[in-house]
Design a protein around this ligand. Structure first.
Ligand code: SDX
Length: 427
């Protein structure tokens, strides 16, 4: 029984609701029975609406804090690898050494995709955007696994989770290889998760390929930073698709589609394109002015966030990783100088301070990905690869919580009231 209540008064009538609170975060007014009073709440973009309970990730936008199952993101980036974080997100606790080894072995046994799946790529133009291909081939996985189709069975859900975690890097690398006309490279199960991805991306059958440990670690950190982030647009898309009981591979394909947008996961590609368009430090003021101009749709990509009204903690880790990679590769990337100067100027500009616009996870990630050799068109695919474990964790949590209802938001109807439709020959 909630000990706090909220009262809504409409036309002199009072409606009382429970105020509920989780272990962290804002209090929420539980209005789920409101529609029985022929009233809806109107909240475009769900800015002020909690749509579910979840124990996976917590974001404190005011403090700039991000916790995966209670562990701060900077500690996870320093002390864990992506598969360990994946285990944590999926099962709720850190794995023991044995659990980690068993989990890694299990994932590695599912890295291959069905040979028939390679034929799906033939239908795409070589210059297709890799996210368009990813939407297609990730959804196509649904056509191959009829042995784990009953989402009500926990063992089917566990197997599906492993298959998705294991196969998404393989599909992502295949998207890249297909775009450059090189042969697909089979996964190498003796390599780490990030190392295997680098191999499948950059190795060729013609010569040995040695994984650079600095790039491997940097990529693994990027995967960790992007693994989950509460009810963002793409995770909410996966949850809404899953609420109808849809095929899990199709739900992940829906998440990939939603992530593609430049306001969301597409921002890393848009950010690097913006930095390249700015080109030099002396052109920064021109772009800052455009970002502030209400009549100009231009926005500073990699800045701002629906929840973070402080520095995105992932951007801090990404900035350090950026320094490490550029130093290791001895790259003098002018884009990094432009990014650093843009950050410095923006963070001292009253407009950005007043609007609480800070660099987000996408601000530095593009520079690191570029330094690793990942083409810009593949940046959002990288985000989708890393976020798949978060989507799966939320999908699993929905079934674990059980009795979820199909998501069915309402609307404010602004169309015609009822009118007659005459047969056309009566005109
Ligand atoms: C991700 O949700 C998540 O958790 C997402 C994510 C995840 O891990 O899943 O964190 C990943 O998507 C990060 C965000 C990547 N997107 C970008 O970098 C694109 C640029 N950013 C903006 O499009 C914007 O900041 C959003 C979409 C991220 C957030 O937009 P909101 O919360 O809807 O805020 P808003 O658009 O209403 O902006 C509030 C104000 C507006 O000005 P006013 O009309 O109030 O005067 O801030 C301004 C905006 O014009 N503003 C910006 C800006 N972002 C917001 N002005 C200039 N440049 C920007 N980047």
């Amino acid at each position: 029984m909630a000990d706090k209540k909220a009262t809504l008064t409409v036309d002199g009538k009072n409606y009382e609701f429970d105020i509920v609170k989780g272990s962290l975060g804002y209090e929420s007014i539980d209005i789920h029975g409101l529609s029985q009073n022929k009233l809806f709440m109107y909240d475009p973009g769900l800015v002020s609406t909690a749509v579910c309970e979840s124990a996976i990730t917590y974001v404190d936008g005011d403090e700039g804090m991000l916790l995966y199952r209670g562990y701060p993101i900077d500690q996870l980036a320093s002390n864990a690898d992506y598969l360990e974080v994946s285990y944590l997100l999926l099962f709720g606790e850190r794995p023991t050494k044995q659990q980690y080894q068993d989990f890694s072995k299990l994932v590695k046994r599912h890295t291959l995709v069905h040979e028939q799946l390679t034929k799906f790529f033939q239908g795409f133009r070589r210059d297709s955007h890799p996210m368009a291909v990813m939407c297609g081939v990730s959804g196509a996985l649904a056509a191959f696994y009829h042995d784990s189709i009953d989402v009500k069975k926990e063992e089917h859900r566990e197997l599906t989770a492993i298959r998705l975690l294991a196969k998404i890097p393989t599909l992502a690398a295949m998207c890249y290889k297909y775009s450059i006309g090189q042969p697909f490279m089979f996964p190498q199960n003796n390599l780490s998760y990030a190392g295997n991805f680098l191999y499948m991306m950059f190795a060729t059958p013609c010569e040995p390929y040695v994984v650079n440990p600095v790039l491997e670690r940097a990529l693994d950190k990027i995967f960790i930073l992007h693994a989950d982030h509460e009810q963002n647009a793409s995770t909410s898309t996966v949850r809404i698709a899953a609420s109808s009981g849809a095929n899990p591979f199709a739900c992940i394909a829906a998440g990939i589609a939603s992530l593609w947008g430049p306001s969301h996961g597409g921002a890393n590609e848009a950010c690097i394109n913006m930095l390249e368009e700015i080109g030099t430090v002396d052109r920064i003021p021109e772009f800052i002015a455009r970002a502030k101009d209400k009549n100009d749709p231009f926005r500073l990509m990699g800045f701002g966030h629906r929840v973070y009204k402080n520095y995105d903690p992932r951007a801090k880790v990404m900035r350090e990783t950026c320094h490490e990679v550029l130093k290791e590769l001895n790259i003098k990337n002018p884009l990094f100088d432009v990014a650093s100067e843009l950050e410095r100027i923006a963070l001292s500009d009253p407009y950005f301070i007043d609007h609480k616009l800070y660099p987000n996870v996408d601000f530095y990630s593009g520079i690191v990905l570029k330094a690793i050799g990942i083409p810009t068109s593949m940046f959002t695919v990288m985000f989708a690869l890393a976020r798949t474990v978060g989507w799966i964790a939320h999908w699993k949590e929905m079934y674990k919580q059980g009795n979820f209802k199909i998501a069915r938001p309402r609307q404010i109807y602004t169309g015609y009231t009822e009118r007659d439709f005459p047969a056309i020959d009566k005109d």
